[in-house]
Design a protein around this ligand. Structure first.
Ligand code: AMP
Ligand code: MG
Length: 346
């Protein structure tokens, strides 16, 4: 009798745990939001759909909050207030105060290839709106003379930018947002998510639910397809390219990534740079900076800065593909591009 009761209880427990097993299959929750001038697609896998929905709402409001604080074009944002301050110190807190020292460090590390004070030049070319123009060379010389991130002064909770200069976090804000979103996702015990913050920044949290790495395409700067796939696990990836925002005039293409030395579109011989790093902020900041530096200086920068923990893929204007050695086993050419040569940078 005892034996029968035991086996009935055992069967019941087994049945319950099998049922529970069925319920714990992670389900996909996907949502889209618009922030930082970009459509963002977030995918979260979780057994707890109600919890995941709560996280999705938190991420959406986090992005909206960051946008209203960090955007240079939004009236009343911290950055707008700094840009209208006529050289006076402006009190800032939160994300602005957390991000600025990190960005200035990247500006310094890249020797000014990344320079947040390029904003007046970005505006002069019309990249903040729809009306593009090619500024004459004397205007560009004046603009270039006023690009200098070392003039930005940080106090305990203040930022000062000299009169006549303005800043813009467009080159790094999506990366920073990606890191904060990923932190939030992990903090909610979610271990599988893909945070796609628009055409250029993506953060992979954990792996796919089946334990395999996320496989992310790298866009062919000359077309709509992706030419390569990078496998990511708890890793971010960011791409900067002339094809992402540009205009044409008189048969010449002018893009939105400017060389701070000339205040004009960076002509370094590259058409895109992709950076892979655990930090999305590093990916975003360095992809812009390496685009300005070009292949040779960018490769040397990679060799000189192992502490920044990044790998890179360069595509030249001639369509040549270069990747750093650390991407071994994580980088492959996509279907249709198998015959392309890839040079490994050591
Ligand atoms: P990204 O798409 O991340 O490469 O960033 C490009 C954006 O950053 C542009 O749209 C400008 O707003 C701004 N920008 C352009 N050139 C630079 C530069 N050399 N340093 C910092 N920001 C830049
Ligand atoms: Mg960037």
């Amino acid at each position: 009798m005892k034996k029968r009761i035991f086996s009935a209880v055992f069967t019941l427990i087994m049945g319950m745990s099998l049922l529970a097993g069925c319920n714990t299959q992670p389900e996909k929750l996907e949502f889209t939001t618009f922030a930082m001038d970009t459509v963002m697609n977030i995918t979260i896998y979780s057994e707890d759909q109600d919890g995941a929905r709560g996280v999705s709402e938190a991420l959406t409001s986090l992005l909206a909050g960051m946008d209203s604080m960090l955007s240079a074009t939004r009236e009343g944002s911290d950055i707008s207030q700094i840009n209208q301050s006529e050289g006076q110190p402006v009190e800032v807190t939160g994300w602005t105060m957390e991000l600025l020292p990190q960005v200035l460090e990247l500006c310094q590390a890249t020797d000014g290839a990344l320079d947040i004070t390029a904003y007046p030049a970005v505006k002069a070319w019309g990249f903040t709106g729809e009306e593009h123009r090619v500024p004459p060379s004397n205007e560009l010389a004046e603009l270039a003379a006023k690009i200098d991130y070392t003039a930005v002064e940080l106090g305990m909770n203040t930022v000062s930018v000299p009169a006549g200069m303005e800043i813009d976090l467009g080159a790094v804000a999506k990366g920073y947002a990606g890191d904060l979103l990923a932190y939030n996702v992990r903090d909610n015990n979610l271990s599988s998510a893909l945070l796609d913050l628009g055409q250029s920044t993506i953060v992979a949290v954990g792996t796919k639910p089946d334990g395999s790495p996320w496989r992310i395409g790298v866009r062919d700067p000359e077309g709509e397809d992706y030419f390569a796939v990078v496998e990511l696990e708890d890793m971010a990836m960011g791409t900067s390219g002339g094809y992402q925002r540009y205009f044409e005039e008189g048969g010449v293409t002018y893009w939105h990534i400017l060389d701070p030395k000339t205040a004009a579109p960076a002509r370094s011989g590259l058409s895109s740079v992709t950076v892979v790093s655990p930090s999305a902020l590093t990916c975003d900041g360095l992809s812009t900076a390496l685009f300005v530096m070009g292949l040779e200086d960018g490769t040397q920068f990679w060799r000189d800065h192992p502490e920044l923990e990044f790998e890179a893929v360069f595509v030249t204007e001639n369509g040549e593909i270069y990747r750093t050695a650390g991407l071994e086993g994580r980088f492959s050419l996509a279907d249709g591009y198998q015959d392309r040569e890839v040079t490994v940078l050591e």
